[in-house]
Design a binder for this molecule. Structure first.
Ligand code: ADP
Ligand code: MG
Length: 525
């Protein structure tokens, strides 16, 4: 297994990675980082969510010097990505005096000019705005040593080829060029052939995998209610010994806190714990003192426990191999186990990729509704009451009740006692779902507005395909579609609407960037 220590990174960058909670490089990082550090040009091809940003961010920050001129330029297709990548750079450079700046359209250019004048070493920008600054003379690229084309396929889809070429011409010929892309269509191939020097092509290798015979299910969950969904799933599963996987150390700590606050018997395991702490946690797990262990991949690798009933992927793993490793923690010693994966709309494609590449069969399940959970809990409490009655020896408690029984209805008394004993567990709760309000749709449906129409060559079948693929909802949940010249309305069944919203509010249809939002109700005619 690769470790960040293998790269001989400076203490400052190593510490920053540690602060970010990364325990080990993802496969694309393990292959790219050493090559980039050596000065090689790299084409990195891997799905979204596989950690491509740090694959170039770590070596760029590592190699950046104190010279206040622009040393590295990262081009991204959208302003959201520019901001996101800049945020990641800021974290990697936390202990190092390397300044990075996102520049993108939509933000005041004056502000950006002022920031550029103060001197930055790393610029992350969208092609249009970068070119704008070059033409104004407010961005000089003659000292650039490294250029990254991030999400190259998307940039080309969006028609940025000429801008990219103009920008590259402003950079020194002996620069090191890196290109990252989820796919590798011919336009990307041509771009790399023209502007890169003997690049190493890195794809995340897909070795043969033996998937353990564990039953596998997945739940589609919403980003905003992921924790609540996890709790409901755990409550409905009778987990006696479960491991919950998170991607980062920080993720582990936060989830442990949140689950403890909700009364679960849980503890966490990750690489920052001392051996003594680790041993203590493992002992609690082995002796069933805790029912749930929250862990990172690295920490879980050392676990040798046979009777794990459930493996839960709270965060999806970054690659199919890790998935196989994770689920191999259950169903051992001939016992049957269950592997549960949670996938938010943004992770849905990664889930499908894992399913495809491991050849796993994952059954889709619905997150239990509040009503389901409430009914199960009610059942448990009714049984407890019956057991207590049948167990007898209640005389002492009858004495405590005294004459309350004479003054109040006995049913009221029983309800009050139940309310006190259940300590909030049986309180009535409301679903905290998206409320799209009145969108002008027919009852049971939500109408969405999309900011492109015939101008982007969108057809109803494209729309149905994109929505069902991206949000993972069946095509028949999609209703009326109205495509106009410059915008589109589409109706979706209420239950699918939150998934469609989270998956598509900022996305692409037929290569065009789109925004999707709840429609306003139609004006009365
Ligand atoms: P991509 O660009 O391939 O879509 P990102 O670079 O945006 O992927 O990374 C996806 C997520 O994974 C981010 O939240 C990032 O912080 C996290 N991540 C990246 N590398 C690691 C790692 N080595 N360990 C844990 N989490 C990581
Ligand atoms: Mg990325």
């Amino acid at each position: 297994m690769a470790s960040f220590k293998d790269f001989n990174l400076s203490r400052k960058v190593q510490d920053a990675i540690n602060d970010m909670g990364f325990e080990e490089p993802s496969p694309i990082q393990a292959s790219c980082i050493p090559l980039v550090l050596e000065g090689k040009e790299v084409i990195g091809q891997a799905q979204t969510g596989t950690g491509k940003t740090a694959a170039f961010g770590v070596p760029i920050v590592e190699r950046a010097g104190t010279d206040r001129r622009v040393q590295a330029l990262v081009l991204t297709p959208t302003r959201e990505l520019a901001i996101q990548v800049a945020g990641e750079f800021r974290k990697i450079a936390k202990h190092k005096r390397v300044r990075s700046l996102p520049i993108y359209g939509g933000q005041s250019i004056v502000h950006q000019i002022r920031a550029l004048q103060q001197g930055v070493q790393i610029v992350i920008g969208t092609p249009g705005r970068v070119l704008d600054h070059i033409r104004r003379g407010t961005l000089k690229l003659n000292s650039v040593q490294m250029v990254v084309l991030d999400e190259a396929d998307e940039m080309l889809d969006m028609g940025f080829i000429e801008d990219i070429e103009s920008i590259l011409k402003e950079t020194p010929d002996d620069r090191q060029t890196l290109l990252f892309s989820a796919t590798f269509p011919s336009e990307v191939r041509r771009l790399s052939a023209r502007y890169m020097k003997k690049p190493e092509h890195v794809t995340v290798n897909r070795g043969e995998m033996t998937v353990p015979l564990t039953d596998q299910v997945y739940y589609k969950v919403l980003e905003r209610s992921k924790l609540e969904s996890l709790c409901r799933i755990v409550d409905s599963e009778e987990v006696s010994l479960g491991i919950i996987f998170c991607r980062t150390k920080r993720g582990v700590d936060e989830l442990v806190e949140a689950l403890l606050a909700r009364g679960y018997l849980v503890d966490g395991l990750h690489g920052d714990l001392s051996q003594a702490q680790r041993d203590r946690v493992m002992k609690r797990f082995r002796t069933s003192d805790i029912e749930l262990l929250v862990a990172t991949d690295v920490a879980a690798r050392g676990i040798d426990v046979d009777n794990v009933t459930h493996v839960i992927n709270y965060d999806l793993p970054q690659d199919p191999e890790s998935y196989v490793h994770r689920i191999g923690r259950t169903g051992r010693a001939g016992k049957k186990g269950l592997a549960i994966s949670l996938a938010t709309p943004r992770e849905f494609k990664l889930l499908k990729q894992i399913e495809r590449e491991t050849g796993a069969k994952m059954e889709a399940r619905e997150v239990p509704s509040l009503a389901d959970v409430a009914e199960r809990q009610a059942e448990v409490w009714r049984n407890r009451i019956i057991e207590a009655i049948q167990g007898g020896s209640l005389g002492h408690f009858r004495a405590i009740l005294g004459n309350v029984i004479d003054e109040y209805d006995p049913v009221d008394v029983a309800c009050a006692a139940l309310k006190i004993a259940s300590a909030g567990e049986l309180e009535k709760r409301e679903e905290e779902d998206y409320n799209f309000g009145d969108t002008g749709a027919k009852p049971g449906m939500v109408r969405f507005f999309i900011n492109v129409g015939r101008n982007a060559n969108i057809s109803p079948s494209d729309l149905v395909r994109t929505i069902s693929e991206e949000a993972g909802v069946p095509g028949q949940t999609i209703g009326k579609i109205d495509i106009f010249d410059r915008f589109t309305f589409v109706e979706v069944e209420q239950e699918s609407a939150p998934f469609v919203y989270e998956a598509l509010r900022k996305s692409r249809i037929n290569g065009s960037r789109v925004n999707l939002e709840p429609a306003k109700p139609r004006a009365r005619r």
